[in-house]
Design a protein around this ligand. Structure first.
Ligand SMILES: [Zn+2]
Length: 285
């Protein structure tokens, strides 16, 4: 066999082999690339991190999650999420499939609080317009949807202190059952610095809302936001980009409170999630 022929044959074999292996790779990729992979706390109040094929649409609780160019998305499980939920994945070619998941059900505490000012337990008619206007402002701020993913940098405590209220507890004010508590309460003196638990952009800064007093909302991207309430002072304004650890506000006792503390709430769209599940253990103060 001439040297030329040998080289030609080798080349043909080589090309053929690489062609075959490329095809094999793509077949394997099709099998391996899962349409849906979800990690996180499958519990009421939990935040889930998902992975799908880029371009797919993912729907949970009737809300579509924002799927990024790498196929990643998040969603949160509200306080009263049922034991079984469906995650719907729609592919680019229009095919859809529903994946059921189990959600751990929590038992919530009942918290009885006495000494709450009457105007907060049974607000006078004269403030009902103010209350609904403020609720609409909060709702609008939480609707902001940015492609940014600052939340991927993780969360730290916005204030170090004793935890005095937990997510989900049923509240009874002066013996009157009220809506559940969705925040994490951290005790602290008036004027103590509140720092950003994660980077984001300020979407609401209100000096004094009826129930929540000084109220600040920071959006962390893809529908995930933090709300800080009962503040005495807000150090940032709407539109400000903030970094983790930045001083954003001061602890107060404004609105419906019985003492100074920070109330930190988190939302994924309209689902209220538990901040406690996202932070490391509270450091010793
Ligand atoms: Zn609270």
């Amino acid at each position: 066999m001439s040297k030329f022929l040998y080289l030609t044959l080798s080349l043909i074999l080589l090309l053929n082999a690489s062609y075959l292996s490329a095809e094999e790779t793509s077949v394997v990729a099709k099998i391996v690339a899962k349409p849906l992979d979800i990690k996180g706390d499958w519990v009421q109040g939990g935040l889930l991190h998902g992975q799908t094929v880029p371009g797919n649409t993912v729907t949970v609780f009737g809300h579509s999650a924002s799927v990024d160019e790498r196929g990643r998305f998040i969603f949160g499980l509200g306080r009263d999420t049922k034991k079984r939920i469906d995650v719907e994945v729609k592919t680019v070619d229009g095919q859809s499939r529903v994946y059921p998941f189990d959600v751990e059900q929590r038992e919530y505490d009942i918290q009885r609080i006495e000494g709450v000012a009457k105007k907060y337990v049974a607000p006078p008619k004269s403030v009902s317009k103010r209350i609904s206007t403020e609720a609409a402002q909060v709702k609008k701020a939480r609707k902001v949807l940015r492609d940014a993913e600052e939340f991927r940098q993780g969360f730290t405590w916005p204030l170090i202190g004793r935890i005095t209220g937990v997510y989900g507890s049923q509240r009874v004010f002066n013996g009157v059952p009220k809506r559940p508590h969705y925040g994490l309460d951290i005790a602290g003196p008036i004027g103590a610095t509140v720092v950003a638990p994660a980077p984001g952009v300020v979407t609401l800064a209100h000096e004094n809302m009826y129930y929540s007093g000084g109220t600040l909302i920071v959006d962390h991207g893809q529908g995930l936001s933090s709300t800080f309430i009962h503040l005495s002072k807000i150090l940032v304004k709407v539109g400000d980009p903030i970094v983790r650890g930045q001083a954003i506000a001061e602890v107060g006792a404004s609105g419906r409170v019985t003492g100074p503390h920070l109330d930190w709430r988190m939302n994924w769209k309209n689902q209220r999630i538990d901040p406690f599940l996202l932070v490391p253990p509270m450091p010793e103060s």
